[in-house]
Ligand binder design. Structure first.
Ligand code: SF4
Length: 382
């Protein structure tokens, strides 16, 4: 078992575009921390055996906004993991944090804890973008927190959003350059997407915000890839760029299909055969854990599910899709199917096969998700 993901389901305010699970009421925060610790205890036998490989290699605080927790609460959860699981020496321990929670005093305190990686939700250095997204921080806070965080942490990731309505290519380039000026070794960057039931969707419907354009998003993606590659970042996953030795161990492990346990409301887990997910409701989660019951549902992955996941993550990552592995793990039917489906993308030079590894070309990268879904095997194909 390679990692433990801890979902902290609280945010100070709701960003307009977000459809993750969180509550803006902190009333149940104390209770929630105790419940998450209890879930860790209840699940302490999962994925454990005497094998070195079963040790926890990464602990990841995601959310929501984990930085709304006090340092004591974070330390308590980390210690709960150590008490209930075997943990490797020097695990990667990441805290997702927002700039408005990262005062100098807190950064120093975090740096003295077991946390050794910060993932900072900057999104943009421009005030108008941050306002449009309804972020809780401003541009000055983003800049100040990075100036301090880089003094105390060397392993920092920063999130940036592109394809924001009104964001010119120049402005996007400036965002990337500002991020680079702090010497950050890892950047995660996603296109703004309009999810159903979000405030952004409503603002677009009533004409207050323009619809994000795919063409602009593609231009921004190209600028991102070119600029970061020129600055020695390795584009190791479609939305993730890291300097050598700074890839996210936690996320790489998901992408490589390793097992993980997710605790907290809405968190997902994977044990190599089935995927399970906790209920995305803070009240129901608390009630269930307080009654010693795990509030989760699970599904056993079919061969087609596992093939589809491998194709999606393989095409999105630098590791690509091994055609030999498709044949040995999923069988001849899948091997022939992927060849048939990939044919037109190979002809159009959107995909390429190198040393038996299928991967997108530079031209195909931005279209990866669409191409992958076209290579998916549906159970109805049987
Ligand atoms: S801080 Fe993160 S999780 Fe919270 S609303 Fe904003 S994007 Fe969503």
């Amino acid at each position: 078992m390679s990692g433990i993901y801890i979902h902290i389901p609280f945010c100070k305010q709701a960003c307009n575009y977000c459809d993750f699970h969180f509550s803006t009421s902190m009333k149940k925060k104390d209770e929630m921390v105790l419940a998450i610790a209890k879930e860790i205890r209840l699940r302490k036998n999962e994925g454990q055996n005497k094998d070195e490989l079963s040790k926890v290699e990464t602990i990841y605080f995601g959310g929501g906004t984990p930085s709304v927790l006090s340092l004591d609460e974070i330390n308590f959860l980390i210690e709960t993991v150590y008490t209930n699981y075997a943990v490797v020496d020097n695990p990667e321990i990441t805290l997702e944090a927002n700039p408005d929670d990262l005062s100098e005093e807190r950064i120093i305190a975090f740096s003295k804890s077991k946390i050794n990686r910060l993932s900072i939700g900057v999104q943009s250095f421009f005030e108008d973008d941050l306002k449009m997204m309804n972020r809780a921080h401003n541009s000055e806070e983003a800049i100040k927190c990075l100036a301090v965080a880089t003094k105390y942490f060397d392993n920092i990731s920063l999130d940036l959003i592109y394809g924001v309505p009104g964001m010119t290519n120049d402005k996007w380039q400036q965002n990337i350059e500002t991020a680079l000026s702090f010497g950050i070794p890892h950047i995660s960057s996603y296109a703004l997407t309009v999810e159903p039931k979000t405030a952004l969707k409503k603002l677009i419907e009533i004409g207050q915000v323009a619809e994000p354009s795919d063409v602009v998003a593609q231009e921004h993606f190209m600028i991102l890839v070119d600029t970061l590659e020129k600055n020695n970042f390795i584009h190791y996953e479609l939305s993730n760029f890291g300097k050598e030795n700074y890839f996210s161990k936690n996320n790489s492990s998901y992408w490589l299909g390793n097992k993980y346990i997710g605790v907290g409301p809405s968190a997902h887990s994977y044990d190599g055969k089935s995927r399970s997910w906790n209920i995305a409701n803070n009240g129901l989660y608390l009630k269930s854990i307080q009654n010693d019951a795990l509030p989760s549902e699970a599904e056993i992955l079919s061969t087609a599910d596992r093939y589809n996941e491998y194709v999606m993550t393989g095409l999105r990552t630098i590791w690509g899709v091994s055609l030999k592995r498709i044949e040995s793990e999923f069988g001849t039917v899948y091997f022939e199917y992927i060849h048939k489906q990939a044919h037109k993308y190979l002809t159009d030079e959107l995909l390429v096969v190198e040393d038996d590894i299928l991967k997108p070309t530079k031209k195909g990268k931005f279209l990866t998700d669409g191409i992958a879904s076209d290579l998916f095997y549906l159970d109805s194909n049987d």
